[in-house]
Each structure stands twice: as structure tokens, then as C-alpha cells.
Design a protein. Sequence first.
Length: 773
Amino acid sequence: MSVPFPRSTIIGYPRIGPRRELKKALEAYWSGQMDGESLEREARRIREATYARLTDLGLDPHGSAIPASFSLYDQVLDTAVVLGAVPDRFADLPDGDGVLDLDAYFTLARGDAGRPPLEMTKWFDTNYHYLVPEIGEHSPFTLSAGTLLRDVDEAAEAGYRVRPTVIGPVTFLLLSKAAHGAGPSFSPLDRLDDVLPLYADLLRLLAGRGVRWVQFDEPALAADWALPEERIREAVGRAYGRLAEGTEHPAILVTTPYGSPGTHLAALAATGVDAVHLDLVRGAVPSPADLALLWGKTLVAGVVDGRNVWKADLRAAAATLDALRTDGVALSVATSTSLQHVPHDTGAEPALDTRLRSWLSFADQKVREVTVLAQHAAHPGAVERDIAAASRVLGERTGARGVARPEVRARAAALTPSDAERRPYPERRAAQQAVLGLPLLPTTTIGSFPQTADVRSARARKAKGTLSEGGYEAALQDEIRRVIGLQEELGFDVLVHGEPERNDMVQYFAEHLEGFDVTQHGWVQSYGSRCTRPSLLWGDVARAAPMTVPWTSFAQSLTDKPVKGMLTGPVTILAWSFVRNDQPLAETAVQVALALRDEVEDLERSGTRIIQVDEPALRELLPLRRAEQAAYLDWAVRAFRVATSSAGPATQIHTHLCYSEFGAVISAIDGLDADVTSIEAARSRMEVVHDLEDHGFGRGVGPGVYDIHSPRVPEAEEIRVLLQRAVRHIPAAQVWVNPDCGLKTRGYREVEESLRNLVDAARAVRASASIPG
Ligand SMILES: Nc1nc2c(c(=O)[nH]1)N[C@@H](CNc1ccc(C(=O)N[C@@H](CCC(=O)N[C@@H](CCC(=O)N[C@@H](CCC(=O)O)C(=O)O)C(=O)O)C(=O)O)cc1)CN2
Ligand SMILES: [Zn+2]
């Protein structure tokens, strides 16, 4: 019999540190300013501080309630390393005593001169990015559990019995891609039987270290995949049937965050696993029949939202827990997902409006909510005061000024279909060509130029008050002058102002729109050491004044070439913010769209002839279950069109997409009705042009020809080959030439050279392309 599962837990905690200590240590190490020993020491300090903090907040330090969920870079990479699933090109990396050396680990994550890193992609429907393991038909697996064992021992030394967390075998293989050279019918899940013995060995090793509970994360069970559902269900049953066999292993918790496991729940419940976690925020509350399946196990009820920052409705959560009370099923309380998606502590935000702050719950506050609800589950009525206090706050939030603004709602309600409709494309195309007179294969960039240390430091000094508004503005104008000058010198056809005024493409707009607030320290890991501060969208959204017009107009005053206005689209603004949870996303999207519509009108009025509205997160919010996708794409496309459709026919609307595979949503992209769509393509060697061709995409497209995620400078010849490939599949008259994405994370040296090569390549192809019609 296993030891009981703790009454309260969380399934993961932020790793970056309350003041981004891990980010700073990693970047210092990578730049050679910190040695490996110091980095390891800092990481250990962060882990121990986390255990101490979680103990203070009420998790049992000895009862396996604290997850050992730390990672130096990414949890999927960590599991790949545990399984020895390292692609061939890294075969020569040193691996001493079962612990991959630090530099080897970072080489997998970041690549080196001769080797590209593992590919990075979105983690479910979040703004977190994981590294994609590459699994071939015969890739060897070898257990390398050193880091996991070290974490357990180190915690024990400090007085904690923690719960190791690993990505479960089904999710690990579903998230992997087939290694280069695998047959067309191969899928990494075919290797399930080859990884299970390693997982079983791992369990034995952990048991030997005194571990009582192990957590296997299986978020993949909450999504639909290309493989048939039965195939995955069978894999779940086989995997956990095997791992839960016998008694010589720690008890097993399987988590299913980000949605409902659907029919996989029965498969899981039929195995000997000891506890199952359900996401009861995004996923459905199980029926009595489903509950009966869990007889003899612990149901770890994820009732506290791990994706959002609003104080929990404790009364509703308590009612959910009451409904789950079932004979023979032990109940434990948890978060719906890992807390890696939320900032550490609202206590770090003294500058935030006190009213708004009282509505918020970051990671540390959520741990408290979990422990309060666990007390309710054990002794109904015991925490009535806390529950009543939470309801009071919720009531205040509902009635607070700015949360429901009649004029904003009336405007959204008055929208008609024609407000989301522009003139037919052929008419627009002719009008735009008359105004713009662009050459074949026009060249442009995606918007941002390198964010220099000077620009960031100017922004930090302005925030501190040591640089005046005027001084800041002058510094940014200097930067815009440099960016315009550079683009003119390089010979670009459509220029940008470079976005130096933006700390982040979403936060900048949040700082200028009503209904939003921003935090000082609310950082959330996006990938590796990179973080964002998601904005807080708490009220009805409206635009008080133009947000971008002065910068764009200033840039336009410096050149005769057209300067593109640059906005972030409604879906992306929602995806990268913490959004109010008291109304459907679709309604909030329309409000943001209307605020952007005002900006589009002002840009147009000030003489801007081209306006780009970025939607890199269009694919990110796509529901994990197919059945819900059409409804989402419908409102997402409509929001974009509401934002852009007031533009006259001669105004050219661009959009930009990146950070995802867009093949699955090509129809929706077409539905945006943008005149020009730039889309990430260089990293995948132009694969997307096939999707565009098959779809018969009829308007302008700029498949990226320069991978901006790496400091490598592409040769003109290489870019020319990509462009040639593009014009073989898409009529040259439709093709634009641009990088994959913005240049803000790059340095000027490599950018200048790369852009010069890009313009050279465009000229070469222009000279050779036949102009149809
Ligand atoms: N929100 C969002 N999500 C996104 C993206 C994106 O651009 N934005 N891109 C995709 C990939 N994700 C990314 C996420 C973050 C970064 C990134 O570079 N983040 C920066 C922070 C950018 C920022 O907010 N900068 C601020 C504040 C920077 C800062 O740390 N300031 C220092 C002081 C600065 C100084 O004195 O030099 C401090 O506060 O301590 C600014 O420029 O003003 C980082 O982690 O370092 C890149 C890609 C998908 N999701
Ligand atoms: Zn982009």
C-alpha cells in the first residue's frame, strides 16, 4: 500500500526566481561572466528557496507535497536527457557519470557553431516554448537519471521529501518529432515499448533514494493529435499498466493539465496508478461514472487556475470539491496546471493600484488558495471566513469602475457584418499599386530593429526618473533616425521605424490602453532565459489617445519611401496577457479590436499608407480539441477584420505570423483578408509555401527568408535559393521579401550584413523572374 497522497499540492512552480535570478545567472554564464560552479550554486539556492517558500505557504515539506519541478532550461529537454534521447549530431557531447555536463546540456538547447539546437515550439496553448526531442526508428535510449537523483538527495539534505516530476512516456513521445531519415509511417510513439523499461528503472532508482511519490506529466492526454485516439488510449493503458506493476516503486501520480483527458481517463484509471490529477478549470468536472472508475485512487483536483492571475472563486471551487466527494476515492486539492505560467508574488507589486492588486493571485497566493480549499475538503465549513472573503472581493471586482463600461459595450454591440468587410481585393490591389508603385518582389522587414542596451537603459532610467520624458523621446528619435538611415542605405522598399519605444509588442499597447495594467516584477518564462511580463487585462478596453502615430509620423518625415505603421493584433494581445475571466474571450477580443481600429484610422489620417497588424499568436490560442477549433477561428478572424476593415482600399494592410506551424490554419489566415501576409518560413526551408500553394492563396505573401533566431548571417546565395523556391510555388507578383520575424533580439552587426544580403538576393531574383501579365 502506498503512503497517502498529500491533501494539498501544486503540480509545478516558477523556476526563474522572484527577481529573475535564474535568467541573470544563465546569461552571465553564457557570456563567460560566471563559471559553471557558481551557476550550479545559484540554481541550488533557487531550488532550496522555493522549497522553503512553499513550506511557509502551507505545503507539507515531508509529505511529497512539494514538486521538484525546477529546470535550468526546459522540462522536456530534461526528460530527453534522462532518457538519453540525444540526436546523433550531438553524439560526441561529454556525458560523465550519468550527468550530462552543463555545456553539453546548453548545446542541445542553443546549438553551437556547427550544429542547430533542438527545435523550439509552443507548449500546448501557452506562451511557453519547449525543445522538441528528435526520435528515430532506432535511436538508442539510455537512462541518465543523475540530475533527478541529485535533486532528491539535495532536497533531503535540506530537510525536504519532494516529489520528482518527469514528462510521462506518452506525452514525451507525442511531443517528439520523427528524426530525419525515419520512414513516412513512423511516429515516435512506436518506440513506447523501448522507453518503458527506462521509466521503470528510473522508478526503482527513485524508490532507492526514499522517494514516495513520483509525478508523471501527461498533458498530451488533453489534446487531439494526428494519431487516432484509440492508438493513444492503448498507449496510455500499456504505459501505466507496465509502470504501476509490482510494488517496488514509489506511488505514481499522473497529471493531465490544460484540458480534459476525455476517454483517456478510463484507460488511465484501469491501470494501477495511485493518483490522477485533473484540470478542473479548463477541463470538465468528471461525471459520477468517471469518478467511480477512480475507486481506490486519489483524485488530485486541479481547481485553482494555474494559467490566470485572478483570485479564485473559493465558493465555486469548494462546491466543485463537494461534488467530487465519492466513497472510495481520496480527494486532494491542487492547481489546474503548473504555476510556471504565472509570476511569483503579488507582494512584489507595491506600485499596482491597490484595488486591482486585491483581485490578484500569483503563484504564492495560489498555493494559499489550494491549502485553504484542502481544509474545506477535509472539514467542510472550517474555512468559511476565507471563502466569504474571496466572494466579497469577487463582488467588488464585478462592480468596480471600468470593469463594465456601457459606451464600450454599446459600440461592440452595434457592429454589423459590413464593419468587418473591406472592398474586394482586386480593387484594393489596383488602388494600392497606384499609390505605392512598388517593384516586383518588394523588400521589407517585420518591424523591430535590434533593441540596443542604450535604448533599454534609457527606458530603465526614464522609469527610475533619472531621464526626463523629453530626454527619452530624443534618445528614441535618434534611434529611429539611425534605423531609417540604415534601411535607405540598404535599399529597402518599405521601411519601418524599428519599434525602439516598445519594451514588448503587447506590453507597450497595454500601457497605452484603458482596461489594462502592467506589473513591475511579474515576469514569466517564455523559453530558456527569456521572459515576458504579461499585462493584466481587467476591464473594458478603450483607447484614450493615439498610441503609435507620433513615432510612425516622425519616421515618415525622414524619408520618401513608405513607412509601415506597426500594431499588435487583438488575438496576440489577449494571448500574451492575463485576461479577465468574467466574460468570453471573444467579447474581450472585439473590444481590443475596436481600440485598434481607432489607431488604424488615425494612422491612415496621418498619411500612413501601409499598416501591419501582427498576429503571431493566432495559432497559439487554437483549442487543443478539434471540436472547438472552428468557433475559435471564427471569432479570432472577425476580431482582426474589425480592427483593420475601416482602412480605405488604397491603404495596404499587412499581417505577420510566426512561432508556429501555420499549415493547419491557412484558411483562417486567408480569412484575415490582409493584403500582405508575412510568415515565418526560413527555419523550415519554405515548407509553408506548399500549404499556401495548395490553398490557392491569392494575395501578397512574404515567406521569411532569414532565420532571425540565430546570430548566423545568411549568404545572399542561400537567400536567393529560398526565394527561387518561393516563386516556383507562388506567382512572383504576389511574393514579398522579408526576414522570418522582428530583429529585436539580434545585434546590429549581424543584422546589417544579413539585410544587405537579403536585398542583394531580392535584386538577383527580380532580374531573373518573369513578370506574369
Ligand atoms: N509577450 C511576448 N511573447 C512572445 C514574444 C514576444 O515578443 N512578446 N515572442 C515570442 C518568443 N518569446 C520571447 C519572449 C521574450 C523575449 C525577450 O527578449 N524578453 C526580454 C525582455 C523584454 C522586455 O520586456 N524588456 C524590457 C525590460 C527589460 C529589462 O530586463 N530591464 C532591466 C533593466 C534594463 C537595463 O538597464 O538595461 C531590468 O528591469 O532589470 C524593456 O526593454 O524595457 C528578456 O527576457 O530579457 C523574446 C522572445 C513568443 N512570445
Ligand atoms: Zn514574429
